[in-house]
Design a binder for this molecule. Sequence first.
Ligand SMILES: [Mg+2]
Length: 207
Amino acid sequence: MAMRRCEYGAGAMRILLDCDGVLADFVGGLLELINRECGTSYRRDDITEFDIGKSLGWSDAMRAKVDDLVRGEPGMILGLAQEPGARVGFGILEQLAGDIYVVTSPWPGHQTWAYERTQWLWRHFAIPSNHVVHTAAKHLVMGDVLVDDKTSTLESWRREFPSGLAVQWQTPHNMRDAWYGASTRDWDELVEMCRKHMADMERNLCR
Ligand SMILES: [Mg+2]
């Protein structure tokens, strides 16, 4: 599929940013909730796969309990901490790209998720609600760059937009994934990747 624009340049770049794992510390918030309510003592290092339940060896009953806990905890999403370095990093990215959208997948059945997430992004990053897309179908969202910590999401987006740049945001839970594309957890490096990608696109268009 062709890219959407004929003219390029940093100002024209549209970057799609995931929220959980990139901007918001969802895993930290989730483990805190579970440890408090279930008397467990899970640590972040225990999460070595994107599927947290699989990582921790949960039974179906435990998965259902966690699902109930998350859906029954209004305010949890609003109370999440920022990922370390995200505020400064986002500021650097904002200087480069004129068009940043957060594309974030809601927890199924959570009644206040989208509201809390939108509020949170405004409070922490001053991202307006018309730049937040709530969907699990991220491959439907067009952009020049997608930054996400879920490898399968990157794969499906890259299939849809092969000339786009899919960047895996490195976390302990995706380190074991097979991914043969761009990967970082350094905001400066991300900016350089985006800059280079746009320069390459521009060069190709000028040929
Ligand atoms: Mg994520």
